[in-house]
Design a protein around this ligand. Structure first.
Ligand code: GLN
Length: 213
């Protein structure tokens, strides 16, 4: 199973160990399927190529099931609804919506859905970073005016950096799902079955409570 452990609270490193909501969820799925997971922590933009090259069987990485990605891999049913949010400096009142990003320097993470959303807005100066952390550093250093990132990791960065604030909008909703090989129909069915079970028996809610409050 491949992931990119830079996406708290879904997957992140704690004392060198990969932990997070996705990790616990996948471990529950594996347990129910009688399998043992070998975790691989790699760059986010290397995950889909590795799956296609069969170096991975599964990806769980807060990955949005986009139409574009569905062309090359198969996704299970969604397990989390997220959205893209805008992070700005506390005193900045010039940005209240995605439209306000026009003419601004906006940090995104290379290949993330936020990259796609921002790249579609005309007149934005898009700055691409390899890690969310790097984008946040650039914002704090005034090298960009805003950063666009998935809601939950964004909340974490805002919590850790009081000089930053979040702009929540209703647009740019997206759903995270587990990715498997394009022809692995059986694996999709098996994982979907377990996901339904975990949602019905309270395990999923317990994990939500553990990681999101
Ligand atoms: N949800 C975003 C995407 O799918 C970001 C995922 C991530 O960084 N782990 O592109």
């Amino acid at each position: 199973v491949g992931t990119n452990a830079e996406f708290e609270p879904f997957e992140y490193l704690q004392n060198g160990e990969i932990v997070g909501f996705d990790v616990d969820l996948m471990e529950e799925i594996a347990k129910s399927m009688g399998k043992e997971i070998e975790w691989k922590n790699i760059a986010f933009d290397g995950l889909l190529p590795a799956l296609q090259a069969k170096k991975l069987d599964v990806i769980i990485a807060g990955m949005t099931a986009t139409e574009e990605r569905k062309k090359t891999v198969a996704f299970t049913q969604p397990y989390y609804t997220a959205s893209q949010v805008i992070i700005v400096k506390e005193g900045d009142n010039s940005i209240k919506s995605f439209d306000d990003l026009k003419g601004k320097r906006v940090g995104v993470m290379l290949g993330f859905t936020g990259d796609t959303v921002v790249s579609e807005i005309e007149g934005v100066k898009v700055e691409r970073f390899n890690a969310a952390y790097a984008g946040i550093m650039a914002l704090k250093a005034d090298k960009v005016d805003a950063v666009v990132l998935d809601s939950e990791p964004a909340k974490n960065y805002a919590k850790q950096n009081p000089e930053l604030k979040l702009i929540n909008t209703d647009v740019a909703k997206e759903e995270y799902a587990i990715a498997v090989g394009k022809n692995d129909k059986e694996l999709v069915e098996d994982i979907d079955k377990v996901l339904i079970e975990l949602k019905a028996n309270g395990t999923y809610d317990k994990l939500l409570e553990k990681y999101f409050n």
